[in-house]
Design a binder for this molecule. Structure first.
Ligand code: ATP
Ligand code: MG
Length: 272
């Protein structure tokens, strides 16, 4: 499809009318097996420096959207642009420019740290792969400091960390090349309440200090309320509401959004 989309200078990522179907057509009678979409005619613009929340019930397509934006998943239709350039899945080399700008904090990030690898090797890997300088070591202690871990952790293997420490290391790894934008998929799920609060304030501080944009998936709308100025609501592969977070919390337009908010006791009154 030809796109008439024009980039404004403050736009960073533009998702232009993307569709992704569930599985590939394997039926011998494809005309009898209508393909169902995981993402359906979805368009979205993320501006530089903005922090955007993404909510929706389990299975609505949030992680798939993040992976599509990251070029980790193939899409069937539509185009994704970053800084006006088309982003498509490809080799690590062809995506190097993009990985320098856009980093990812996956669901359960702690499980993506190789347990035997030392923290200093985990943190220097993206620097080696993606940074221009290749001059890694002086930045490592600082990267840990940014996530409030002492330099003493550099020599420890990832397997010796607690859940919260591992989460911080995964965050430090995503931040070390100072991306323009971070896509974070439920970074606090599975953590207890005090740790959630810590990671939330950490994300806010780092985003403000680095002027980094954030697309944050969370089931926890109260987390988004403190972190994101804009919130998207997804239902069945589509974005059904896209508004400033406070407006959305106070006056949800869509019945589905009202349902989601009802599931968070106290959120409406606490944000008034
Ligand atoms: N590669 C795939 N092939 C087929 N179906 C898939 C694929 N990836 C995801 N799905 C399906 O797409 C739908 C959306 O999944 P997705 O993981 O994006 O949801 P989600 O909103 O992130 O859910 P959760 O909140 O539970 O993490 C689900 O029905 C899932 O089973
Ligand atoms: Mg998910």
């Amino acid at each position: 499809m030809n796109s008439s989309f024009k980039f404004a200078t403050h736009d960073f990522i533009h998702v232009d009318n993307i569709t992704k179907y569930r599985g590939r057509a394997v039926s011998p009678w494809p005309q009898n097996a209508p393909k169902s979409a995981i993402l359906e005619h979805l368009s979205l613009t993320l501006r530089r420096h903005e922090r955007v929340g993404l909510v929706g019930v389990s299975g609505c397509g949030k992680s798939t959207l993040l992976k599509a934006i990251l070029a980790l998943e193939h899409i069937d239709n539509g185009t994704i642009y970053c800084d006006g350039k088309i982003v498509t899945p490809g080799s690590a080399r062809s995506l190097r420019w993009y990985r320098r700008r856009v980093q990812y904090l996956p669901q359960e990030p702690a499980s993506t740290l190789p347990p035997l690898m030392r923290i200093k090797d985990i943190l220097s890997e993206p620097l080696r792969r993606l940074s221009h300088s290749g001059n890694a070591l002086p930045d490592l202690a600082q990267a840990l400091e940014q996530v409030e871990l002492s330099p003493g952790f550099l020599d420890k293997p990832a397997g010796s960390l607690s859940g919260g420490q591992a989460q911080r290391v995964a965050l430090a790894r995503a931040l070390i090349i100072q991306p323009v934008f971070l896509l974070a998929d439920e970074p606090v799920s599975g953590l207890d309440l005090p740790l959630r609060e810590q990671i939330k304030s950490l994300l806010l501080r780092v985003a403000e200090e680095n002027r980094m944009g954030l697309l944050l998936v969370s089931h926890d709308i109260s987390m988004l309320a403190g972190l994101c100025e804009r919130t998207l609501v997804m239902e069945a592969g589509k974005i059904i509401e896209d508004r400033p977070t406070q407006q959305l919390l106070h006056l949800p337009h869509h019945p589905h959004t009202r349902q989601l908010l009802k599931a968070v006791p106290g959120i409406l009154s606490t944000r008034l």
